[in-house]
Design a protein around this ligand. Structure first.
Ligand code: SF4
Ligand code: MG
Length: 312
């Protein structure tokens, strides 16, 4: 049994935008799964739907063997202890009127964990874990930089020792040098706490540093999955190849680059057949009418791909 198992998870918004279509994936305890794709591909909806911050339109979410889609709000609250989330904008998610100490302790208060003294002790521990000084507890969010605020958001998310953390563009708003500090912190915490992470980013060069495996999304669907090493060195789907082209790597010259033409199509009206066919440099006749299924490409190749170039 995997820690998290999504089976055909879908989310259609009112108005018909199918943000997430039939996504099936698993995350093991302690594993980091990177989800990458352009803005608007449904990554954030996927993250929010699996936490039931958004109600799914179809499919199932099994967490530690329980189907979250069948839980009442009350039962869901208990499960939330083990499922935490951090977002792109730590300022927006930190109440400016509360002290940092209160912000970090709030999940403990909500779940009735400990008394005032033990919570204060836990806040001090968490501040040390994320590399902030102890006196940060009595200060307020606006007194901290963007990177420090993301450390506060991480401390808060870790307060209840979750099993799974969803990190949605958690470093995207930060300067590159600060990004790597936060990525290193996340990688370190994951080791120490056996924390599984769904790490969502539009940036493959960020994702590759933290992920054991990568899932590539295009217009609401997973188009390729595989171990990070395989995705970074031998991507199979033309869309993954295009994303990877934008990442500077040794040995890859300009001439090898795949450049994506056109814009992301309207998610309310995705192209028939393979949804990527309007932009694919390797499009074939079959791609206009038949949707490729996500499956192992066969042979010795690891991972799964949804593309007619790999018949199975
Ligand atoms: Fe390109 Fe066709 Fe593969 Fe889609 S199925 S990625 S259009 S080759
Ligand atoms: Mg998003």
């Amino acid at each position: 049994m995997s820690l998290l198992e999504l089976d055909n998870l879908s989310k259609t918004y009112p108005g018909g935008v199918r943000a997430v279509s039939e996504v099936s994936l698993t995350i093991e305890a302690g594993e980091v799964l990177g989800v990458v794709g352009e803005s608007g591909c449904g990554k954030s909806t996927l993250g929010r739907t699996l936490l039931r911050l958004i109600e799914p339109s179809g499919g199932s979410i099994h967490f530690q063997g329980r189907d979250l889609t069948s839980l009442s709000r009350h039962d869901m609250k208990a499960v939330r202890r083990d499922l935490q989330v951090i977002f792109q904008d730590p300022f927006g998610s930190l109440n400016p009127r509360h002290s940092v100490g209160y912000i970090i302790a709030e999940p403990l208060i909500v779940h009735g964990v400990g008394d005032k003294a033990s919570r204060a002790k836990r806040v001090a521990e968490l501040l040390a874990i994320v590399g902030l000084p102890e006196d940060a507890a009595s200060r307020y969010p606006h007194e901290f930089s963007g990177g420090q605020r993301q450390r506060i958001a991480i401390a808060r998310a870790l307060a209840l020792e979750p099993k799974l953390l969803v990190a949605d563009e958690a470093v995207s708003a930060l300067d590159v040098s600060i990004q790597s500090q936060i990525i290193n912190l996340i990688a370190e915490l994951r080791q120490k706490m056996n924390l599984a992470i769904l790490f969502i980013s539009h940036d493959l060069s960020v994702i590759r540093h933290v992920s054991d495996r990568i899932a590539v999304m295009y217009l609401g669907r997973i188009v390729e999955t595989g171990p990070t090493e395989t995705i970074m060195t031998a991507p199979k789907h033309p869309y993954t190849q295009a994303l990877l082209s934008a990442v500077p790597r040794p040995g890859v010259t300009r001439a090898d680059r795949v450049v994506l033409k056109g814009e992301l199509p309207d998610p309310a009206n995705p192209p028939a057949g393979c949804a990527f066919h309007t932009r694919c440099p390797r499009v074939m006749d079959i791609c206009h009418t038949k949707r490729p299924v996500l499956a192992s490409p066969g042979g010795t190749l690891a991972g799964e791909v949804a593309c007619h170039l790999y018949p199975h």
